[in-house]
Design a protein around this ligand. Structure first.
Ligand SMILES: Nc1nc2c(ncn2[C@@H]2O[C@H](COP(=O)(O)OP(=O)(O)OP(=O)(O)O)[C@@H](O)[C@H]2O)c(=O)[nH]1
Ligand SMILES: [Mg+2]
Length: 465
C-alpha cells in the first residue's frame, strides 16, 4: 500500500498557519511520539496535561537557549484531529521562531508532514469520512460566506449522514433479497416484490433529492462563469469594466476592439463570478479577429450564464437576431445597452419579433452610466439558479456528484427489474445493480477507495492541514 510507504507510524510536524509574519503561528506535531518530542522542545521538559493550554518556553534543544514563549496544548489520542497524540504550539508569528522550532522537532526525530497528511491521518484513523475531509479543504479555500457555510455543514458531517442513511437502507434491502434467494425452497420471502419496488423507489428519490442541489452547490463552490457576448461595439467591454469595477478592457468607438478573451474574478451578491469579455461576433476576413470570434463562441458554450448584449440605440441587426436565436436554449440574460441614448424604434420592433413577443425578460442597462447594472447582476444570479445564495448547498463537489449520478443510474436499472418491465429476471441481476449502487456510495464516503484517489485528493491540500 502506497500510503503506508510514508509511514503512519512517523510523528509529523508542520506549520499549520500561513507562512510569514503574523501575531501568532501554530506549529503542530502529530503521531505516536508527539508527547515525548514536545517534551524535548519545552524548557524543563514538563509533561503536558491533555486539553490544557500551558505557557511554556520552547525551542530549547538540550543545551540551547529557548527561542520563544509558547502556549502548548496536548490533544491525546484518540480525541484529536488526527486521532493520534497531537501537540500544538502557538508561538509568535515569526518565520525565524517557526523555523527554529520546526528544525528542533526534526532534530528530535519528527518528519516534515506532507500536504494534507494531518487530514489524511484523520481519515485513515476513522475520524472523518472522505466527504468531511474534502470539505475541510473547501472550508480553507472558501472565499465567500456561503462557500464557507456549505463546506462547514459538510465538515460537520451533514452530507456523510445523508449518505449513511441511504447506504443503510440499501444494505437492508440487499440483505433481505439475498436471504430470500438463499432459502427459496422454504417458500418464505423476506421481502415481497411490492416492498422491493417501494424500497428502490424511495432510494432513487433520496439520491435524486441530493443531486437536485448539485448544480447550485457546484456553482457556490466553484463560482459562476459569465460570458458577455454580442456583435461589435454594443458595449461589452464597457459592461465588463463596469461589473469588474476596474478599467480592465480597452473600450473604443471602433468596432472589433476586443480580439481576445479577457477574464476577471468578481464578487456579485456574495457569489464568486468569473466574467469573460469576448470579441464582437461578426463575419470578418481578419485572421486575428476571426480567431477572437471563434474563442468567443467557445466561451459562450462553456459559460454557466451568457449575457447577450444588444445596442438599444440602433436597429437590431441580423447578427443580433442570429445570436438571440442561437442562445435561446441556454441560461442567458438579454440586456439592452446604451439606455442613456434615445431608443431606436426599429430596435424595439426587431427585438420583439426576435424574442417572439417575450421582451419582458430583458434588462435595460447603460454600461456607460451604470444604470440598471444592479438589476442585471441580480438577473445573472437568478439565471444561474443562485437567487437564494445565503443558503448552503448539501452537495458541491464534482466527485460526489458524479458518484451519486452513478448510484442513481444503477438504482434506475434496478427499478426496471423489480417493476418486472424486463420480464422475469433472476434475482442475481437485480442484486448486481444494487451492489453497484452501494459501491458508488461507498466511494463517496471513502469506505471504498484506492491509493491513487486518496493521493489525488490530499495532494491538493496545503502543508500543515
Ligand atoms: N452612450 C453610451 N455609449 C456606450 C455605452 N456602452 C458603451 N458605449 C460606447 O460604445 C462604444 C463601444 O464600446 P465597447 O465597450 O468597446 O464595445 P464592445 O462591445 O466591447 O466592442 P468590441 O470589442 O469591438 O466588440 C464605445 O465608444 C463606448 O464608449 C453606453 O451604455 N452608453
Ligand atoms: Mg470589446
Amino acid at each position: 500500500l502506497k500510503l503506508v510507504m510514508f509511514s503512519p507510524d512517523d510523528t509529523i510536524v508542520a506549520l499549520a498557519t500561513p507562512p510569514g509574519r503574523g501575531g501568532l503561528a501554530v506549529v503542530r506535531l502529530s503521531g505516536p511520539a508527539a508527547r515525548e518530542m514536545a517534551a524535548g522542545l519545552i524548557e524543563g521538559g514538563a509533561a503536558l496535561e491533555p486539553r490544557h493550554a500551558t505557557l511554556v518556553r520552547v525551542g530549547a534543544s538540550p543545551g540551547h537557549r529557548p527561542l520563544d514563549e509558547a502556549v502548548a496544548t496536548l490533544f491525546a489520542a484518540p480525541a484529536s484531529y488526527t486521532g493520534e497524540d497531537v501537540v500544538e504550539f502557538s508561538v509568535h508569528g515569526s518565520p525565524a521562531v517557526v523555523e527554529g522550532l520546526v528544525s528542533a522537532a526534526l532534530a528530535g526525530g519528527a518528519r516534515m508532514a506532507r500536504a494534507g497528511e494531518f487530514t489524511m491521518r484523520a481519515f485513515l484513523n476513522g475520524r472523518l469520512d472522505l466527504t468531511r475531509a474534502e470539505a475541510v479543504q473547501d472550508l480553507v479555500n472558501a472565499t465567500t460566506v456561503v462557500q464557507a457555510r456549505t463546506a462547514f455543514d459538510q465538515v460537520q458531517g451533514a452530507l456523510a449522514e445523508r449518505i449513511a442513511g441511504i447506504e443503510a437502507r440499501l444494505f437492508d434491502l440487499v440483505a433481505r433479497l439475498e436471504a430470500s434467494g438463499d432459502f427459496p425452497e422454504e417458500g418464505y420471502h423476506f421481502i415481497s416484490p411490492g416492498e422491493s419496488r417501494e424500497q428502490v423507489e424511495g432510494l432513487i428519490a433520496s439520491v435524486e433529492a441530493l443531486l437536485a442541489d448539485s448544480r447550485r452547490g457546484r456553482l457556490i463552490r466553484e463560482g459562476v462563469t459569465v460570458a458577455i457576448v454580442g456583435r461589435p461595439n454594443v458595449g461589452k467591454s464597457t459592461l465588463f469594466n463596469r461589473l469588474a469595477g476596474v478599467e480592465r478592457a480597452i473600450v473604443t468607438a471602433v468596432p472589433g476592439t476586443t480580439r481576445d478573451l479577457l477574464t476577471e474574478a468578481v464578487m456579485l451578491g456574495g457569489t464568486r463570478m468569473t466574467l469573460v469579455d469576448t470579441a464582437g461576433v461578426r463575419r470578418t476576413d481578419d485572421p486575428v479577429e476571426r480567431e477572437g470570434v471563434a474563442r468567443a463562441d467557445r466561451a459562450r458554450e462553456s459559460a454557466d450564464v451568457v449575457v447577450v448584449l444588444l445596442d438599444a440605440s440602433e436597429p437590431l441587426t441580423e447578427e443580433d437576431a442570429a445570436l438571440l436565436e442561437s442562445t435561446a436554449g441556454v441560461a442567458r440574460v438579454v440586456a439592452s445597452n446604451k439606455s442613456d441614448l434615445p431608443r431606436s424604434a426599429a430596435f424595439a420592433t426587431g427585438l420583439s419579433s426576435s424574442l417572439g413577443g417575450m421582451v419582458g425578460g430583458q434588462v435595460e442597462v447603460s454600461a456607460a452610466t451604470g444604470d440598471g447594472v444592479d438589476v442585471l447582476a441580480e438577473r445573472i444570479l437568478e439565471t444561474a439558479g443562485l437567487g437564494q445564495t445565503t443558503e448552503p448547498a448539501s452537495i458541491s463537489n464534482v466527485r460526489h456528484v458524479a458518484l451519486l449520478g452513478r448510484t442513481a443510474e444503477c438504482l434506475r436499472r434496478a427499478r426496471l427489474l423489480v417493476a418486472g418491465e424486463l420480464g422475469q429476471v433472476p434475482e442475481e441481476i437485480l442484486l448486481c445493480d444494487l451492489r453497484d449502487a452501494g459501491d458508488a456510495l461507498a466511494e463517496v464516503t471513502g469506505k471504498r477507495t484506492t491509493d491513487d484517489l486518496l493521493e489525488a485528493i490530499f495532494a491538493k491540500f496545503c502543508i500543515g492541514k
